[in-house]
Design a protein around this ligand. Sequence first.
Ligand code: HXC
Length: 262
Amino acid sequence: MSYECILTELRGSGERKTGLITLNRPKQLNALNDQLMDELGQALLAFDADESVGCIVLTGSERAFAAGADIPTMAPHSFISAFKSGLISKNWETILQVRKPVIAAVAGFALGGGCELAMMCDFIIAADTAKFGQPEIKLGIIPGAGGTQRLPRAVGKSKAMDMLLTARMMDAAEAERGGLVSRVVPADQLLVEALAAADTINAFSGPSVLLIKELVNLAFQAPLKDGVAIERRYFHALFGTDDQREGMDAFINKRKPAFKQC
Ligand code: HXC
């Protein structure tokens, strides 16, 4: 499949590969227009369906992960045209259908829809140059892809209110302190570190990986008691896999496990 607004490639040294997706509208700081979001959705679903892929890394450029939704495309909309065309609704949440882990590797600006897209990934590795923000209020609008909902869950109410109401940006160090990103790395190591994290995940048992993603996401929806009960059932179920026998035998015999289940 060839795309115009993104680049895709397979990376990784192990048996299971990483699907790398690079947002590629450099002149517009990777502003997210309809075509880019359609292409991103197609690429994500294609990697999710590809048995040779274990993990997906989503990245941008050195200057910007994405500076938000494409402002000139949004500008002419009226309420009726936004509502009827399903502005932001139809292709922005395809990423939430992906069952494999999606790691956001963020350098430079991740603003508005760019920050929301990064927050829809499973975790964010940030370059020390990363800047996160929800500056929609400066445009006379509000976030439309989950910013008011996911940001407070990530950084708490006070920091989220501050960022959303004042439009100030958060640098990588503050984002890590606040819990928005999992780790900060030197900018020139961003992709190396993100791909290494993906390689680590790719070497584990596929069912464990998929279940952890599903269950952590369930933690934000189900009451604690129900989430823990569902986790317990899946924990039991994994004792029916060859990979459980392999993992525990490898530990007992002091060798590296070779997981088979993808
Ligand atoms: C379209 C954009 C853009 C955007 C930047 N550009 N952001 N184009 N949509 N969101 C373009 C600029 O117009 C410019 O094009 C080029 O990228 C470089 O940007 P500059 O402003 O010249 O760069 P700089 O001075 O370094 O400032 C960088 C910046 C600033 C701080 C990121 O560009 C900025 O504030 N951008 C808008 C950020 C924003 O408001 N995002 C939220 C959008 S609303 P030219 O042709 O002039 O060189 C949103 C709603 C989400 O995301 C709703 C749900 C998804």
